[in-house]
Design a protein around this ligand. Structure first.
Ligand code: GLA
Length: 384
């Protein structure tokens, strides 16, 4: 059964009724621009064809009941739970967080019954959390007839995650999931939230993006993420700028000379050079030179590995094996310490590159990776 039908079937079975509608939101990968979003910088993600679907209908009692195929038991919560971050936990916190963020923004959020099905794997760094947040947000906005232009949705969904769930993430994932467009990568300025849809015609160039799920166990990912963020904020304060975005790559050496420990210098170097790599990638894509972006992707990986120190052996192995098998470029995508690698490959050699990575994994005794070729897909939408 496809994911939309699973959401409907779950709704019928749980609630013995028909949903009023179904809303779908994709996962995402980030082509380039890692750990730049919370530094007010640039990112270039795109939405995936894998989606999370929410089937929903209003509930007159003013409460929210949500069932997910991840879990047998539905979770029920009322306004008091939604108003106090932490009262709902686990996967349902992403749903309660959206209700919380909408209420905090002054909206009269309708009670609802929801059923969630998803093809976005959880814990693989493909933003299953932003997908559920965005699909639920779309459902509640429509069911309640709320006056909330889509341009404001990413910040609201981010607030659900930051302030209700308690993960200090940036604006990239929700932006990609909400604003993504088929055939395009989303060039986002995370300070101004200005976006430009950049044509990313893989098919036309005879190319594919291979996504490799490292299957690496997440090792202290949350704490390490928060530590990187703090370190960037401290460095910006030392340098007297609002955010590391304000350090131009031409001024990098002078900025580094003003920092007194080597670790902070490396963190700053990653962010500043990564912002420039995003700009360079956008320039190449605008010129239709998709293949030539490969070395920038690989340089981004080296910077994450050596300077930002957020990769793990499984991830580095996948990148090296993909490059050795002929990928034009490869890099980890997402927050780090596990998750996925993406590789830019000839469409005809995607299978061979995937096999080479799987072999390298076997030689190293790692759990076999997952592999999938993807094209940029559209953002959140109402299905019916
Ligand atoms: C996670 C966060 C994003 C972003 C990336 C790193 O995916 O949710 O906001 O910071 O890590 O680029």
């Amino acid at each position: 059964m496809n994911v939309a039908d699973r959401a409907t079937a779950g709704f019928r079975q749980r609630y013995g009724a028909e949903p009023a509608g179904r809303w779908a939101a994709p996962g995402r990968v980030n082509l380039i621009g890692e750990h730049t979003d919370y530094n007010d910088g640039f990112v270039l993600p795109f939405a995936l064809p894998l989606r999370t679907v929410v089937a929903a209908a209003p509930a007159r009692d003013g409460r929210w009941t949500v069932w997910s195929e991840l879990d047998d038991e539905p979770v029920d919560f009322g306004p008091a739970d939604a108003d106090e971050p932490g009262r709902v936990d686990g996967w349902a916190a992403y749903v309660a967080g959206v209700v919380w963020a909408l209420r905090a923004d002054g909206h009269d959020v309708p009670g609802a019954r929801l059923a969630v099905a998803s093809d976005v794997p959880v814990g693989s760094g493909l933003s299953s959390s932003a997908a559920i947040e965005s699909a639920v947000l779309a459902a509640l906005v429509d069911l309640g007839g709320l006056d909330l232009p889509t341009g404001r949705w990413p910040r609201l969904a981010q607030r659900a995650e930051n302030d209700y769930v308690g993960a200090p993430t940036g604006i990239m994932d929700q932006s990609a999931v909400i604003r993504g467009r088929a055939g395009h990568a989303l060039f986002l300025d995370c300070r101004t939230e200005e976006v430009e849809q950049i044509p990313f015609d893989l098919d036309g160039a005879g190319l594919a993006v291979l996504v490799i799920d490292s299957r690496a166990p997440h090792r202290h990912a949350d704490g390490e993420y928060a530590a990187r963020r703090k370190s960037c904020e401290r460095a910006a304060a030392t340098l007297g700028v609002t955010a590391l975005r304000d350090v131009d790559v031409a001024d990098l050496d002078a900025a580094l000379a003003r920092l007194d420990d080597d670790e902070t210098r490396r963190r700053v170097r990653h962010v500043v050079t990564e912002n420039q790599r995003v700009l360079d990638t956008v320039a190449l894509l605008r010129a239709g030179r998709v293949r030539d972006t490969g070395p920038l992707l690989t340089a981004s990986h080296a910077s994450m590995r050596d300077d930002f120190e957020i990769t793990v052996p499984e991830i580095d192995t996948a990148v090296e094996a993909a490059l050795a098998a002929g990928a034009y470029g490869a890099r980890m995508t997402g927050g780090g310490f596990g998750g996925c690698v993406l590789a830019l490959v000839d469409a005809g050699s995607a299978d061979a590159v995937a096999a080479a990575v799987t072999d390298a994994y076997a030689r190293n005794g790692f759990t076999a990776p997952g592999t999938l070729t993807v094209l940029p897909a559209g953002g959140v939408t109402r299905l019916d």
